[in-house]
Design a protein around this ligand. Structure first.
Ligand code: ACO
Length: 331
């Protein structure tokens, strides 16, 4: 590996979790479910919900400030802001633009990427490419979603799974040593669009009184199909990303998977032959936070000392599209 190779390194991380907590017991009062069912099937105990009147960028803003502080960088110095989200503040323009204005990042170009739960990995891969190509020297990479806004709180098959959060990473260019993002891999399979989607509110089925009446603006999902494909796909893409990075799974200190379901993560760890002590899990506290899940878990792992200098970390995610991805980095 050449010492002069230009890479992107993680300079800082931050996250933001809304204050409002909804526990499994709270959900027992809303739908026909139980703490036991939710815990056994998913591992989730509680989730956070963005307060009314606030938007996605409000969460992203606080996560971004923490990441910038951690990176010792100011917003005015940012070259780009790339945000993974499916719950932008407005149909357009992007939440990245809203965030850019809130931060005062006047020099940056900003845009959202829509890859559902894999959104952060897509944003990371794009930003990493910009940096490696020399187009930019740094980027704020955000995963932020408020899926509570897309939930039918009378549908027990979906409303128990999700929560709101934002996570952010500051990437910077480095030509020193072998630290940084070693590989990224992205995939999609568009034949599964309707396995997990929101049927109305887009150009195919615009909002009207009937779509609202029929709850077509909320998440529709075939959970079993998602589960099956998620495990297989994340295993495959993780192996590809490791191979590209030139590291073996034994050299990985920590796996930070998308926090969808404890059983998905356990099945993935088993297939990858990784002991659960080397797998980051915080979904019990936050549920599935979509694009925020990986950067929030990464931030928690760094701040709680689970990642040390020199550690190799594997990130992976899977979500609607289907879209999935993996990345390998050395700290
Ligand atoms: N409480 C109680 N019972 C429930 C609930 C609930 N919240 N939800 C469903 N049930 C019932 C069903 O109606 C069904 O009843 P029946 O046997 O009388 O028909 C029974 O429980 C079993 O339902 P299944 O759907 O078979 O349960 P399963 O074991 O597949 O678990 C789950 C469902 C948790 C959704 C699982 O399929 C899953 O996690 N899938 C992945 C989905 C996911 O993570 N999506 C997020 C987006 S993509 C991603 O992030 C990876």
């Amino acid at each position: 590996m050449s010492a002069a190779q230009r890479r992107s390194v993680i300079l800082g991380t931050g996250s933001e979790l809304p204050n409002k907590i909804i526990t499994n017991e709270d959900l027992e009062r809303l739908v026909e479910t139980s703490d036991e069912w939710i815990t056994v099937r998913t591992g989730i105990k509680q989730r956070r919900v963005l307060e009314e009147g606030k938007g996605n960028a409000d969460m992203a803003y606080h996560a971004a400030l923490r990441a910038l502080e951690d990176a010792d960088l100011e917003a005015k110095d940012l070259d780009a802001i790339v945000m993974g989200t499916v719950t932008a503040d407005y149909p357009f323009p992007s939440s990245a633009c809203v965030l850019e204005d809130m931060l005062g990042a006047r020099k940056a170009f900003s845009f959202d990427v829509n890859a559902a739960c894999s959104g952060f990995l897509n944003a990371l891969a794009v930003s990493d490419s910009f940096i490696r190509s020399g187009l930019i020297n740094n980027a704020l990479v955000v995963g932020s979603d408020a899926l509570s806004r897309l939930l039918n709180w009378e549908d027990r098959t979906t409303c128990i799974l999700f929560g709101d959060a934002a996570g952010a990473v500051v990437l910077g260019a480095s030509e020193n040593g072998d630290k940084g993002i070693l590989s990224t891999r992205l995939r999609t399979d568009g034949s599964h669009v309707k396995t997990l989607y929101v049927p109305a509110g887009g150009s195919r089925n615009p909002t009207n009184p009937e779509t609202v009446q029929n709850n077509e603006h909320t998440i529709t999902m075939n959970g079993k199909e998602v589960f099956k494909t998620a495990v297989r796909s994340m295993e495959e893409i993780s192996r590809q990303a490791l191979k590209d990075a030139g590291v073996t799974i034994d050299q990985v200190s920590l796996v930070i998977p998308h926090q969808a379901n404890r059983r998905i993560i356990e099945a993935l760890a088993e297939r990858l032959h990784v002991p659960m002590e080397k797998v980051m899990i915080n979904l019990d506290k936050y549920g599935n936070t979509s694009a925020a899940s990986v950067p929030v878990a990464l931030d928690e792992a760094r701040r709680t000392g689970r990642i040390k200098a020199g550690d190799v970390v594997l990130l992976n995610a899977f979500g609607a599209g289907f879209a999935w991805g993996a990345a390998v980095g050395r700290f």
